[in-house]
Write a protein that binds this ligand. Structure first.
Ligand code: AMP
Length: 214
């Protein structure tokens, strides 16, 4: 059983790491960003409410996101939360939800990365519209130009919020709202700090050996 929270700035490699870990652990990858983008695509009420915040690089209001996570968590045993919590309020609500569900977080993996690297990673990031696989035009290109390795779709796109101006805003929001949660979890004794400047494959191996030791 494994309950993990992935914490770190946008571009630290949370999604890529989660995709690698998912291959080795039987674990549900819960990315609030992915869920919200799906809601926008399907033009649901939640999607419509979230759209403007996401496009500006602002946070979607806590209560909308927390409700969504609560619904997901009630139906899974093992999970990897990616992009949640992002505020102290969300972190406290997550504690309450897990308490009600009789679940405990095993590790909060905190990935930090240099700002210049973050900007490079985000501006070169491409995502498969069909299956969500993540690529980078230089660091992690698909095997065949413009074609997804996983599902062969030809629809690799750049997220609207991965442009330079919005990235700067997202980083500011991260430092102000999300970074303080690192101390919250450190004081709970569950924090595991890893170097987000490293390649995701290396981090995945490092984490798997730590998880296996127990
Ligand atoms: P991500 O895919 O994690 O980079 O998230 C993309 C965007 O979705 C963020 O910039 C926020 O606008 C929104 N979002 C994702 N997760 C949360 C969250 N836990 N709280 C508030 N907004 C969120």
């Amino acid at each position: 059983m494994m309950k993990i929270v992935l914490l770190g700035p946008p571009g630290a490699g949370k999604g890529t790491l989660a995709a690698l870990l998912k291959d080795s652990l039987t674990i549900e990858h819960i990315s609030t960003g992915d869920i919200l983008r799906e809601e926008i695509k399907n033009e649901t009420d939640l999607g419509m409410q979230a759209k403007a915040y996401i496009e500006k690089g602002e946070l979607v209001p806590d209560e909308l996101v927390t409700k969504l996570v609560e619904n997901k968590l009630s139906s899974v045993n093992n999970f990897m939360l990616d992009g949640f919590p992002r505020t102290r309020h969300q972190a406290e609500d997550l504690d309450k939800i897990l308490k009600r569900l009789n679940k405990l977080i095993d590790y909060v993996v905190y990935m930090d990365a240099r700002e210049d690297l973050i900007v490079k990673r985000l501006s070169g990031r491409r995502i498969c519209k069909n299956c969500g696989a993540v690529y980078h035009i230089v660091n992690r290109p698909p095997k065949q130009n413009g074609i997804c390795d996983v599902c062969s779709s030809k629809d690799l796109y750049q997220r609207a919020d991965d442009n330079e101006e919005t990235v700067k805003n997202r980083l500011g929001v991260y430092f102000e709202n999300t970074l303080p949660i690192v101390y919250y979890y450190d004081s709970q004794g569950v924090l595991l700090k890893v170097d987000g400047n490293k390649e995701s494959e290396q981090l995945s191996e490092q984490l798997l050996s730590i998880f296996n030791e127990g």
